[in-house]
Design a protein around this ligand. Structure first.
Ligand code: NAD
Length: 268
């Protein structure tokens, strides 16, 4: 899909990957609505790129519906909805140690927000015979984020929901892209563009891959080429893949004295 002139909503668009997606979409002629919890940052970016901002907590279906209504009043029917908002809290200790509140938050932000956006938009998109969902998952949605079971499980669910969307509605003219990056230098990891090196991409690098993938109609967008290799290995030989992940975890423990998601990009 060509994004010029399109009505585009980006959740979590005030920071990191979402901000880069919003910026590049506006540069390409898209009409961009930034929907974020952080309305001050969303407003500032909207002003900079000539878009609009709405306050939206994606853990509430009503706020997603209201955000879409606001965007449609200003920019016309939503052509592309980017579900990008996300968070990572990490396991406090063992793999089942995160609180129920954290599991529910991960579930609502990484999965239900995608479901609620699709529920709000699909009927009109099907009637028009066009529309595109860009659902930002993670390489952890294909593989695993060591040290964050709730993140890993819900990102897998996000990939699965994107598959269901495309299987069910691809023939209705609906496009779906699910984005599976490895580490990106954003505030989520306490990093910024200046920290990017090697396998640690900038948010702008990821956004470039995403908009290219949308233009090409790519389903699984993997900005880091190694992810496809690891995913193939996991499918071909799950036992060997688990052994490799256990070794990586042991390396993180010995080099950093504990598991911190923020350190993993240094190990791969
Ligand atoms: N940074 C990485 O290494 C990385 C890797 C793979 C996938 N991702 C995914 O990319 C997406 C963007 O992450 P990022 O690194 O740019 O993070 P970030 O922390 O820089 O930005 C996240 C944005 O989401 C917003 N947000 C959080 N909860 C929200 C909610 N309930 N409602 C509305 N907005 C909310 C925040 O206010 C923020 O603006 C996430 O889904 C994340 O899981 C990130």
């Amino acid at each position: 899909m060509d994004i010029s002139g399109k009505s585009i909503v980006v959740t979590g668009g005030a920071s990191g990957i979402g901000a880069a997606l919003a910026r590049q979409a506006a540069e390409a002629g898209g009409k961009v609505c930034i929907a974020d919890l952080n309305i001050d940052a969303a407003n500032a970016l909207a002003q900079e790129i000539g878009g609009m901002a709405v306050a939206c907590d994606v853990t509430y279906e009503a706020q997603i519906i209201a955000g879409i209504q606001n965007a449609e009043e200003a920019h016309g029917p939503v052509d592309i909805f980017v579900s990008n908002a996300g968070l990572g809290r990490g396991d406090p200790s063992h793999a089942a140690s995160a609180s129920d509140a954290d599991w529910t938050l991960n579930w609502n932000v990484h999965v239900m927000a995608h479901v609620w956006a699709a529920r709000a938009l699909l009927p009109a998109m099907i009637e028009r015979g066009s529309g595109h969902f860009v659902n930002v998952a993670s390489a952890a949605g294909l593989l695993n984020q060591i040290g964050d079971a709730a993140y890993s499980a819900t990102k897998h669910a996000a990939v699965s929901f994107a598959e269901s969307l495309l299987i069910t509605h691809g023939n209705d003219g609906i496009g779906v892209s699910v984005v599976c990056p490895q580490y990106v230098a954003t505030p989520l990891l306490g990093l910024g563009d200046g920290d990017a090196q090697g396998n640690l991409l900038t948010a702008g690098d990821v956004a470039k891959s995403v908009w290219q993938g949308v233009a090409d109609g790519t389903f699984v967008i993997m900005p880091h080429p190694d992810v496809a290799k690891y995913n193939a290995l996991r499918g071909a030989d799950p036992a060997r893949w688990i052994k490799g992940m256990q070794m990586l975890r042991a390396k993180a423990m010995s080099e950093y004295g504990g598991i911190s998601v923020q350190n993993f990009y240094k190990l791969i």
